[in-house]
Design a protein around this ligand. Structure first.
Ligand code: BGC
Length: 812
């Protein structure tokens, strides 16, 4: 069952009922100012950091779902309604929400009055624009009132929902004309305030929540709105809000626009005040002047669209499969931008007050983003590397505003160091920019111990070399990619964090998965050494990798039909036949094989066959089987979830593409695509009533076979699935992969996929790649012709400065 449809020409998902199974959201903003916005106008806004600089308040896990947002109320006589249905939930005559790329549009109508909203964050400013267009579609004149409403957050979103003894007394506002200024804490240590304004004279306003809503009412029935007249309240402490009233008359057929701007404004320290306790509004006024007419808003919106046209032209495919085209050309890349910006901070499942930027998460997000804006990826790599410790280990998370490592969680996640190599290598393969390796980068943000980035990578590599356990496999530390496999934790009391309780590392617990990573990224490190002319270091790295490969393929890493997952702190196998529960895990099968481990010995194929036989379901591949039915103190959080959810046998979408990539490595295009298809939103759209999360976006987890709600998605948007799936489909299935030597084209597609074309911008060049294949062929390049010249192999040699490449590939 569907709740809308894709409009590919406009790059929009059109939601046709407000009653979606869960709020279906979108993100506005790509640089510094961001808003989350649901299909019923819920959500919130922040500047740079969802925890520290939150503009509007959101109530999590509230009932009814998704209770606070940026709302417009329309009151015509006794009828009160919202264009996005919520919060009044008045039945609408028509409703539509179009989530687009960086913008959302809403359209609702009631009794012959139509309200359209266009919401977006302009590229160059720290504000969100909501243009409300009212059209009288009836045959008679109409007089009605429009009310806007947002509830301010007192900046620090964490404190905002906890520290009431203080924050019930700090709220302050000013109102001048149609602009409401939220200046809480401005008198002391802040030099920023927020504004909410409309480009028309207003009849009235409210800035106190009690006056606007009333203590025993809710946003569904605000007292002042019901009375038809806002009260002019000036908030003092408690909960400041911003609400405007506009009284409007429209002739039959007439239409009027109102432009609302929610903005963030910063003043230099010495220009904070206009007069005693009166804030300096110069910058706010200048900002509002940029968006006070339709023409200006149209231009800013066109600029945003143009920006995305440019970004989305970097990789496009034309194939006979519409769903693939749609995901590759639009939604998958869009989600990659969002995960790059947000990491795991702010979504409808991540509160924005918890985790900041994850070290491993951000390195992986980069893999799907680097082709879009390489310069931002570069900056991110430096930020991430700056939180690394001198011994190569790393803070697991850092705060986006301060860019400092987060000491609450600390370090000890032993896969983290290698992801830095993954991200850096992807950046250099994309851009050819070797200078990044010479950048001086601090350790733990301490400039006095800065070293070139290449030295950071060396320490990442050596961290694994120097932290091995009894089987010569990498020690796992607190956890590896699977944050919930906590083998050194041994927690027995509720409330202890699995991620920080217990020693950060034990001498016994090992990870086969990190071993697979070490092969993959150890080789990428060796390539970088080659490019820097460090032949000896490259040889050393390759020798270490070969040692690891042997261990992985020996009884230590191989369980007969699949790769072992780990060894616990007693030296017992995790993910082996002898285990009653958790006999086989997905991670080492995917990662070892995608790293090429076992391809020559046949173990790769066997491991992937075991995945298909034991872990596959109609909705995707489960992370492990059999599920843990009892708590295993020696394994940690993984066994804390009921069977089928999250890391305990859920379908963790993030590592499904690893298996799909692994299948391409051994040339099985049909199976690679089957794995791709099962978690692909364009396919699961058809079962939205089961899947429930947004049908245009990947979610982190789909409930596994053991779960009551098998097939139900959770934690949409902020997941490494976005980047890995884009890497999978664009670089492995469609097969256009950036190498240091040039673009490689080596597709691995289903037998019946047909011919296809890819246009790829790579460094200075645009590559028009046309792939032909006979039915039945899944992999292999028989012929590569570049600008009429036959080329051996499958790499298009990179020619500095050349801008156009015509490429023909015949598979076979
Ligand atoms: C975390 C990832 C982790 C994954 C699996 C996600 O919630 O953000 O860092 O790899 O869970 O545990």
């Amino acid at each position: 069952m569907k709740f809308g449809y894709f409009d590919d020409a406009n790059r929009e998902y059109v939601i046709t009922t407000p009653r979606t199974p869960l709020p279906w959201i979108n993100y506005l903003g790509c640089n510094e100012f961001f808003s989350l916005i649901s299909n019923t106008c819920g959500g919130y806004s922040f500047y740079k950091d969802a925890k520290l600089l939150r503009l509007t308040r959101y109530r999590y896990n509230d009932m009814p779902l998704d209770c606070n947002g940026k709302y417009f109320y329309i009151k015509e006589g006794d009828t009160l309604w919202n264009p996005g249905w919520k919060p009044t939930q008045t039945e609408l005559d028509s409703y539509e929400c179009r989530h687009g790329i960086g913008y959302s549009k809403f359209s609702g109508s009631k009794n012959g009055l139509k309200a359209d909203i266009l919401s977006f964050v302009p590229l160059k400013d720290t504000c969100e624009i909501s243009r409300l267009t009212l059209t009288n579609e009836s045959g008679a004149d109409k007089t009605f009132s429009v009310f806007s409403y947002v509830e301010w957050c007192l900046w620090n979103a964490d404190d905002d929902m906890k520290n009431f003894q203080r924050n019930f007394s700090t709220g302050e506002v000013e109102v001048v004309g149609s602009t409401i200024y939220h200046k809480t804490e401005y008198r002391e240590r802040r030099n920023h305030y927020a504004i909410y304004s409309v480009n028309a004279p207003i009849t009235a306003f409210d800035t106190s929540r009690d006056a606007f809503i009333g203590a025993y009412h809710s946003p569904a029935n605000p007292e002042a709105v019901l009375a038809g007249k806002l009260t002019g309240s000036i908030a003092s402490g408690w909960s400041p809000v911003a609400a405007h009233q506009l009284d409007v008359t429209l002739k039959a057929g007439e239409s009027k626009d109102f432009i609302f701007v929610l903005g963030y404004v910063e003043n230099p320290e010495d220009e904070k005040w206009e007069s005693h306790q009166v804030i300096n509004k110069t910058r706010a006024i200048a900002l509002l002047a940029k968006y006070d007419t339709d023409a200006k808003v149209d231009a800013a919106f066109a600029e945003l669209k143009e920006y995305w046209n440019g970004l989305l032209s970097k990789y496009t495919v034309e194939s006979s499969n519409d769903k693939v085209n749609r995901m590759v050309n639009i939604w998958n890349q869009y989600q990659c931008m969002v995960t790059f910006n947000m990491s795991r901070s702010a979504s409808y499942y991540e509160s924005g007050i918890g985790r900041g930027m994850g070290f491993r998460d951000s390195c992986q997000d980069l893999l799907g983003f680097v082709h879009l804006i390489p310069d931002r990826a570069r900056e991110r790599i430096i930020d991430i590397a700056s939180t690394q410790f001198q011994d190569g280990s790393a803070y697991h998370q850092y705060q986006p505003l301060t860019k400092k490592g987060n000491s609450d969680i600390g370090s000890g996640f032993n896969d983290d160091p290698l992801w830095l190599i993954a991200g850096t290598s992807a950046y250099i393969r994309e851009t050819g920019d070797m200078t990044i390796l010479d950048e001086m980068v601090p350790f733990d943000n301490d400039e006095s111990v800065a070293q070139p980035l290449m030295e950071h990578l060396k320490r990442s590599f050596d961290y694994i070399v120097n932290h091995k356990g009894p089987h010569k496999l990498p020690l796992i530390g607190r956890a590896d990619w699977n944050d919930c496999l906590n083998l050194n934790c041994h927690s027995t009391q509720p409330g202890e964090s699995f991620q920080t309780f217990g020693p950060s590392e034990g001498p016994v617990a090992e990870s086969v998965f990190i071993g697979g990573m070490f092969v993959k990224y150890g080789l990428e490190y060796a390539e970088l050494c080659d490019l820097q002319g460090k032949a000896e270091e490259a040889a050393r790295a390759r020798a270490e990798v070969e040692e690891m490969r042997k261990v992985l393929l020996s009884d230590a890493g191989w369980d007969g039909d699949w790769f072992v997952r780990a060894y616990d702190s007693y030296g017992n196998k995790v993910g082996g036949k002898e285990c009653e529960e958790g006999q086989i895990f997905i991670e080492p099968q995917g990662f070892c094989v995608l790293a090429g481990v076992g391809v020559e010995t046949g173990q790769a194929q066997k491991a992937l066959d075991s995945v298909k036989e034991r872990l596959d379901t109609q909705y995707g591949i489960m992370i492990l089987q059999p599920a843990y039915t009892v708590y295993h103190e020696e394994l940690g959080e993984v066994s804390s979830y009921p069977p089928g959810y999250k890391e305990n046998a859920g379908i963790f979408c993030h590592n499904n593409p690893w298996v799909s990539i692994a299948e391409t490595v051994i040339g099985r295009g049909d199976r690679a695509f089957e794995v791709y298809r099962k978690t692909c939103p364009a396919y699961t759209e058809e079962i939205s009533e089961i899947h429930r999360t947004e049908p245009y976006i990947y979610c982190q987890m789909v409930a596994g076979r053991d779960a009551k709600f098998h097939g139900e998605g959770k934690n949409s948007w902020l997941t490494g699935t976005a980047a890995w799936t884009f890497v999978n489909i664009s670089q492995y299935i469609l097969g256009v992969y950036p190498t240091h030597q040039g673009l490689s084209v080596d597709p691995c597609v289903p037998s019946d996929f047909g011919d296809f074309k890819v246009t790829r911008k790579f460094r200075e060049g645009t590559y028009h790649i046309s792939v032909r294949k006979a039915d039945g062929i899944q992999k292999g390049v028989k012929e590569l012709i570049v600008d009429g010249q036959k080329v051996d192999g499958h790499i298009i040699p990179y020619v500095k400065g050349k801008t156009e490449y015509q490429v023909e590939v015949v598979m076979g």
